[in-house]
Design a protein around this ligand. Sequence first.
Ligand code: UDP
Length: 322
Amino acid sequence: MRVLVTGGAGYIGSHACKELARQGHDVIVFDNLSTGHHELVKWGAFAHGDILDLAALRRVMRRERVEGVIHFAAKSQVGESVRDPGLYVRNNVGGTLNILEAMRDEGVPRLVVSGTCAVYGQPERVPITEDAPLAPVSPYGATKLFMERMLADFAAAHGIASVVLRYFNAAGADPEGESGEWHDPETHLIPRALMAVAGTAPALELFGSDYPTPDGTCIRDYIHVRDLARAHVAALEHLERGGASTTLNLGTGTGFSVLDIIRGVEEVTGRPVPRRIAPRRAGDPPVLVADAARAKTLLGWEARCSTLPEMIASAWSWLNRN
Ligand code: UDP
């Protein structure tokens, strides 16, 4: 398949490009490099462009004879979305609308998009299944939920088939060291803890130690970026086979607390993580753990390399090499 990957120069996008290429697909990365990196475009052609530019999306789809789209290009920081909600509506809702309209106009039949567990807000029950109540608490989560709604409406009106992949916490780096997490500023727990060990960031701030969890810190479901990448390709191939549009959680079903992660980082690096207790971060639910049974049933997908040591060690070696 000839696959357009919006946001293919970013963290999860670049890993998906590698997996697409490994499976024999042709990749065209479409990225404005606002947060992505040209150095991570290694597995296909590159078209520099912005998803807010409808004409550019149409052009690239036509010129490259695109047969499927994987859409990663989005703003994805909860805190930033609270401070600047307009930016999130414009990019995540407006950008997705452009992609859908360009696909409709150019006759591109299938789309896989990155969704998020943030659409569940503060879940009533864990593990979370796809039919849990959708009640995002941040502008980020709200824009992603509206994106899902647009997909359903475009499927009904224009026959564009789609799979939404609601990720839990992406972690780790390419095991062969060819890509990894590269955010500026870096806000995520595992890279922040590793940077604190390396001395390239101040002591890790542990956001909240009084949550209603066994050790008082937040519990998350961390999933290796390579496992996420495999799921995108499997979802696209599912649609190519004529499979129905659907929404799938991607996680391991196992939760780790912030303190578990700190201990894991100390085991992998052999050094203590400098840290201090800080106030809770707004909008953080105590526990987010996926029920990913539907992805297994439908795609035959399950996490293969998402153990804590594999995720932390690959992130550590990426950080050291770069
Ligand atoms: N966290 C933390 N200190 C940090 C970054 C994150 O204590 O510097 C906590 C955060 O409150 C959450 C968990 O680590 O409970 C995972 O946060 P991250 O930002 O990595 O991912 P998110 O859950 O926001 O997608």
